[in-house]
Design a protein around this ligand. Structure first.
Ligand SMILES: Cc1ncc(COP(=O)(O)O)c(C=O)c1O
Length: 421
């Protein structure tokens, strides 16, 4: 098979996925339809229904935690978790820059200051060796992100947190059911924060939850998410500053059903990821992220590998992605701009949240440099979303064949074929 690119390059091409499709997401069945109808007919769509409470109990247990409070999404769970810890305005909160925006915006919305610490290039999670040097007298918390579902280095992070009396909020938006040394993430720090947004391994459209073993923090989160009420208070008694961040019974009903299938799906993702890693690592210039032995269960919300252009005739990652995508493999460059380089961060356009002025009036995010994160975001990381890992072995072989073929083309001719056959 031959094809011509815009630049007139002709290369031969053997691999094509034709009309084959990877599994879509989300998936659902009669269980979800019936659960939704049940809530509909009950007339209890919000307060007074039983689905959220049922899910909170089940999800707390699932994440090895005592308490769970559901909320409207995994951004407000982070923000409300920080507020529940009682951080003063201008407190510094250490976060990695290679993550979804909300890890940082939640800090700003809690009137605190995000302080960026570089990542470990092997796992793309925060590098614990770099945390201590970022600690100042204003540091009050750290938010490790279990990136892609790989547990961050929690032993080291907890040791530093104990030494400096920092709160640890685990951003576990990617990590439902993931484990660190056989313990579910979210249950190791003070609070774990989860998202149930549509793309997530456990999802209901939009939604989130915090888990914790600390009763006081759980009660604070509950109050903040329920207009500042207290559990045994009156309906119009607002003890604290809070808002309405409650999840509806419809969403919780879906989550109760989705929870039934997550373990089987996680097993499949792990098996396919292991297969992919073994085979992709044989292609020169392709390096799957390292899975550390401590990450005893990986949720693989994302399957991430590194691309080294040196082995692909200097071709940019973006061109490589185009070439692989043209072969029917939906690979992406993911978080391709670090948070501290986002325009609103550089302009410090933080609206009413002026906490930073108290601790660091000269704050300048253009001066931040995290070399490992920059390489990951801007040059090397490529990812496949979790639903791709729910495909068949043949699907995985197609991914490997597409990447191999791009490599072979470049090796043979120093040219890449982009167009579909
Ligand atoms: C790492 C991380 N943290 C937080 C969030 C925020 O979750 P949500 O979209 O539910 O607000 C996300 C969502 O993608 C995320 O990926």
């Amino acid at each position: 098979m031959a094809a011509t690119t815009k630049s007139g390059i002709i290369t031969s091409r053997a691999f094509s996925r034709g009309n084959k499709k990877f599994p879509g997401w989300p998936t659902y069945g009669h269980g979800e339809s019936e659960a939704l109808l049940k809530v509909l007919n009950s007339g209890k769509w919000g307060i007074g229904g039983t689905e959220t409470e049922k899910f909170e109990k089940a999800f707390a247990a699932y994440q090895d935690s005592r308490y769970c409070v559901t909320m409207v999404n995994g951004s407000v769970t982070l923000r409300n978790a920080l507020i529940a810890c009682g951080l003063e305005e201008g407190s510094e909160v250490i976060i990695p820059p290679f993550t979804f925006l909300a890890t940082a915006t939640s800090v700003i919305e809690a009137n605190c200051v995000p302080v960026f610490v570089d990542i470990d290039p092997d796992t793309c999670c925060i590098d614990p060796e770099k945390i201590e040097q970022a600690i100042t007298p204003h540091t009050r918390a750290v938010i490790p992100v279990h990136l892609g579902g790989h547990a961050a280095a929690m032993d080291e992070i907890m040791e530093i947190a104990r030494k400096y009396k920092l709160y640890v909020i685990e951003d576990s938006a990617h990590a439902h059911g993931a484990e660190y040394k056989k313990r579910r993430v979210g249950s190791i720090g003070d609070i774990g924060s989860f998202s149930f947004q549509s793309s997530k391994n456990l999802c209901c459209g939009e939604g989130g939850a915090i888990v914790t073993d600390n009763k006081e923090l759980a009660e604070n989160c509950w109050s903040i998410h329920n207009c500042g009420r207290v559990r045994d208070g009156a309906w119009y008694q607002h003890e604290h500053l809070g808002g309405n961040y409650r999840l509806s019974q419809f969403q919780a009903a879906i989550l109760n059903e989705q929870l039934k299938k997550i373990d089987a799906e996680t097993d499949k993702r792990q098996a396919n990821a292991a297969y992919l890693s073994e085979k992709l690592a044989r292609i020169p210039g392709i390096r799957p992220l390292v899975r550390r032995p401590e990450a005893t269960r990986h949720s693989y919300h994302l399957y991430i590998f590194r691309y080294d252009r040196e082995y692909f005739g200097g071709m940019s990652r973006e061109l490589f992605i185009k070439a692989v995508t043209a072969r029917g493999i939906p690979v992406s460059n993911g978080y391709n701009t670090l948070i501290y380089k986002q325009p609103f961060m550089l302009k410090k356009e933080f609206g009413p949240f002026t906490g930073w002025k108290h601790t660091n009036p000269a704050l300048d995010y253009s001066a931040v440099v995290c070399p490992a994160a920059e390489k990951a975001a801007e040059e090397e990381c490529c990812w496949l979303s979790q639903n791709i890992l729910l495909g068949s072995r043949e699907d995985m072989d197609d991914i490997i064949a597409a990447v191999s073929e791009v490599h072979e083309n470049v090796r043979k001719s120093n040219k890449v074929e982009l167009v579909s056959c």
